[in-house]
Design a protein. Structure first.
Length: 288
């Protein structure tokens, strides 16, 4: 990994240090997940229709917390099973760990082999480090602010494709808001016609990691939580891609409405989805 010329100050960790801590936690959590995934199916809770949580989610989160806070005891810890806020601390310069201990819980519970651990470090809304670890394939995607993006220690970059017609994209259904599915599928159909193909794997962190590595040209989804996308957003940007909300701005952090691409097809994808207000455009059914 590239070295930063910054000097570490007392109590302040450099991005490369934070990446190291995040990789350690992600791999340890990944080992826990993989062992559980290989066991017979276990019970789960349904927090909301289609929104599942298992005992493994909670065990992975506690493991991540113990490792990360051992390295950074003064940090905030924001994670899916221990917070009900999307945005996390803002206007606070204390380090925050943003963790999804098991992204793709439904896949995990059904033994569909697409799930990941997602860990990001931020100060306010400045992303400093991001790691997405996929246990089944033993792929660790990592990025540090200004350091580039890596897969198992090797540099990666986004796809050079500049034509949406030749692009492979990924998305996710708004499963928590089934009343807007009809409006969403109008957009999905439009994108499917414009692109070479669209995939729906069921784990946003994986889709973003794949975009950073050039396996996908882009990804779009509405109404996600910050722990779903923080690490992956940094991966895409450090790999040379673009991340925005559906209006081309930076409100994805709070809205959860995110478009991430290789950069070359970004404007074309925004034009194709034609929902500049994100999920609000689905709610009021103003799709042309």
């Amino acid at each position: 990994m590239k070295q930063s010329g910054q000097q570490q100050q007392s109590g302040v960790h450099l991005p490369r240090d934070l990446v190291t801590f995040a990789e350690e936690a992600a791999r340890e959590c990944g080992s826990l997940l993989l062992e559980a995934w290989r066991q017979p199916k276990r019970g789960y809770e349904e927090k909301a229709p289609g929104d599942l949580v298992s005992e493994t989610d909670r065990a992975s989160e506690e493991l991540a917390r113990s490792i990360l806070l051992a390295h950074t005891p003064d940090a905030h810890f924001l994670a899916e099973e221990s917070s009900d806020t999307r945005s996390g601390p803002s206007g606070d310069d204390r380090l925050t760990w943003i963790v999804d201990p098991l992204d793709g819980t439904t896949n995990f519970l059904h033994r569909f082999p697409v799930f990941a651990v997602s860990i990001a470090a931020a100060r306010g809304r400045e992303l400093l480090a991001g790691v997405v670890y996929i246990p089944v394939t033993d792929e660790c995607f990592s990025a540090g602010e200004g350091l580039g993006a890596f897969l198992n220690g090797q540099p990666i970059s986004v796809s050079p494709e500049n034509d949406l017609n030749h692009g492979l994209l990924a998305t996710g259904w708004p499963f928590r808001r089934k009343e807007i599915l009809e409006s969403y599928f109008e957009i999905f159909t439009r994108v499917l016609r414009a692109a070479q193909g669209v995939r729906r794997a069921g784990a946003a962190a994986v889709d973003l990691a794949y975009t950073s590595a050039g396996r996908l040209e882009g990804f779009w989804e509405y109404g996600l939580s910050i722990w779903d996308i923080a690490a992956g957003a940094l991966l895409v940007r450090e790999a040379g891609g673009a991340v925005s909300d559906f209006g081309g701005g930076e409100q994805w952090w709070t809205s959860g409405d995110i478009v991430a691409t290789n950069g070359a097809i970004h404007d074309e994808l925004l034009t194709t989805v034609a929902t500049p207000n994100g999920i609000s455009d689905l709610e009021i059914h103003t799709i042309d």
